[in-house]
Design a binder for this molecule. Structure first.
Ligand code: MG
Length: 389
């Protein structure tokens, strides 16, 4: 069976909430919350991330084999990623063996190397790789998690990310992660306000719920050290994504200055190399690759094996929001916890808010993926067509 075609196209990036019928209790935290980030030092763009992030639609990619079997992958960042697939990678993969996911992943990483095997290129590679795995599962009539080792557990324990903490607890999550509203740009006043938020949140959740803080690249090593020291009374399980994405030496410096604190990062790392480097330096405790950004399932399985060899946990970024991440985490023993990003309004049942077709939703903090063939997306080609913009 060979690859017949690889086609990428724009899809809606606001699929979330399509099926919502229950009226919300109040607006979601994500509607208007300030989240600190790399642009927080520029007042013009500080208040809302939407003021400066690109408005490209999401990306769908259908790979079709010579026998007519097809698979769907999804990623982000619109026209640049679509062009990489349709104008470069896709045509060069036609007539290659459709089930040879290792070979095809290796080819793609080498094909993009002249213009950088990371960032937008790995978003494109992810979409193709996920489509190939969906195709392979459908061709072999098995769920993808069985093709990469079978279930590692009966159900995936999940934590919720977002700042509607009371809603997370009501839903039964035993872990909750706050988006940090202030960063290095906010100085000591920012630290005071973060401390107020954490004190309030720890009091709300009690001592038997894990609490984490996502810093979304808003700090530098010095500011992150001060943050960790101030927040120590609130017993954070980890601080996350503290530094600009490519400050790899900074991550080692942060580890040196904070030997006692658990450090999580990696959602903005692309390809295998940053994870291999971090494992060699033992500068990170929890890897957080995003399966739709880092290079797809093939890359994530390798990252899990690198992590296992170094005793590092893996909690894939927003892994519980797509069937892709759900199948990965279900099969990999090193993924002990799944992240469910919760940006929908309190009061609306999670089953009404699924972002991606075929995604299972957590119940009482646990989730089990679909056992339908492929990633169990449950789509016809007409259904894929309906997602296009
Ligand atoms: Mg994060």
């Amino acid at each position: 069976m060979k690859i017949k075609s690889v086609k990428a196209f724009a899809i809606r990036s606001d699929l979330v909430g399509w099926g919502m019928t229950t009226p919300p209790r109040r607006p979601s935290w994500s509607a208007n919350a300030e989240v600190a980030g790399p642009m927080s030092r520029y007042p013009r763009y500080k208040r809302l991330r939407a003021a400066w992030r690109p408005t490209w639609p999401s990306v769908g990619c259908v790979v079709t084999a010579t026998d007519g079997t097809w698979g769907l992958g999804m990623s982000r960042y619109g026209s640049p990623v679509i062009d990489i697939i349709n104008e470069h990678l896709g045509p060069l993969l036609v007539d290659e063996p459709a089930l040879a996911t290792e070979r095809l992943s290796d080819m793609m990483m080498r094909l993009v190397s002249p213009y950088g095997p990371s960032g937008l290129a790995t978003y494109a590679i992810s979409a193709i790789d996920l489509a190939l795995w969906d195709l392979k599962g459908k061709a072999l009539k098995r769920p993808v998690y069985e093709l990469i080792g079978g279930p590692a557990r009966d159900a995936i324990p999940c934590y919720a990310t977002g700042n509607d903490t009371d809603w997370h607890i009501e839903l039964g999550f035993k872990g909750t992660k706050l988006a940090c509203p202030h960063g290095a740009a906010d100085g000591l006043d920012g630290l005071d306000r973060i401390e107020e938020l954490l004190a309030r949140t720890r009091a709300l959740v009690g001592d038997h719920v894990e609490l984490m803080l996502d810093c979304w690249m808003a700090f530098d090593p010095e500011a992150a050290v001060r943050l960790a020291e101030r927040m120590r009374p609130y017993r954070l399980k980890w601080i996350e994504d503290c530094l600009p994405a490519d400050d790899f030496d900074g991550q080692t410096e942060l580890r040196r200055r904070l030997p006692w604190h658990t450090l999580a990062t990696g959602e903005h790392w692309y390809g295998l190399a940053p994870f291999a480097s971090a494992a060699a330096r033992r500068n990170t405790d929890v890897f957080q690759p995003d399966i739709g950004w880092v290079g797809g399932l093939t890359a994530c399985v390798k990252i899990c094996h690198v992590a296992e060899s170094a005793g590092i946990a893996v909690a894939p970024h927003a892994g519980m929001n797509t069937p892709y991440g759900q199948h990965l985490v279900f099969a990999m023993p090193q993924c002990t916890w799944g992240e469910y990003f919760l940006g929908t309004a309190p009061g609306v049942p999670l089953a009404e808010t699924a972002l991606t077709p075929g995604a299972a939703t957590p119940k009482d903090g646990f989730l089990t993926p679909s056992d339908e063939p492929g990633f169990g997306l449950g789509l016809t080609l007409d259904g894929v067509e309906a997602m296009r913009v």
